[in-house]
Ligand binder design. Sequence first.
Ligand SMILES: [Zn+2]
Length: 249
Amino acid sequence: MLLQLQTWPDIETYLKSSDAIIIPIGSTEQHGPIGLIGTDALCAEIIAKGVGEATGGLVAPTISVGMAQHHLGFPGSITLRPTTLIAVIRDTIGSLARHGFRRFYFINGHGGNIATVTAAFSEIYAESSLGTGGNQPGLRCKLRNWWEAPGVGKISKELFAGAEGSHATPSEVSLTWFGWPDAERHAKLDPPIAPNGNFTDAADYRRNFPDGRIGANSDLATREAGKRLYEASVADLASEYRSFSAAAA
Ligand SMILES: [Zn+2]
């Protein structure tokens, strides 16, 4: 159930049976020569839709731009500052809380968002702790990375092992190709498995990882793998969302 395809009376009715909402969050950043710039946002979105379908949970619009400053050496990447993303999350949750939502289940597609989203949750909790409302049940926020579902790790290891890497991974590319089959494309990647290592800023990233990948062979991606990863992630996250949305506040 997508928020954007409902009317306000639909949401008023939904709130009578649930105070929880699923919020996909990703990033808009280069994913190597064959991975889509929208990969992290698209992965979060497709998994969130699947969890919404499996559980009847309402799915908010995707927060598609996140923390991508170290990808700015590549055309097309867009970043927010950490303070901007914190403000976006606070205002999104603040708006929804005004209507009665109390539980916010974020499905994340980008490792670089974790620290900032967690800081945003701390800001929200601090507001309530510092307020004068007494010990009322407050807002509950949870962040889950789609790829950290236990079923997903097993499949990635089985299919891609040492070629999974950490950026433009064959797993995330597979998931986008499953969701958007027309996006599939192949290229000879050199070297097939990209280097691993560290970086400081955007220029250093591009120097160390000239085609954008880190440790990954994106060209191993397949739509079939994407389907398996999708099903595994949705199953695990749907079960977690059910407990999260039903737990006592
Ligand atoms: Zn990614």
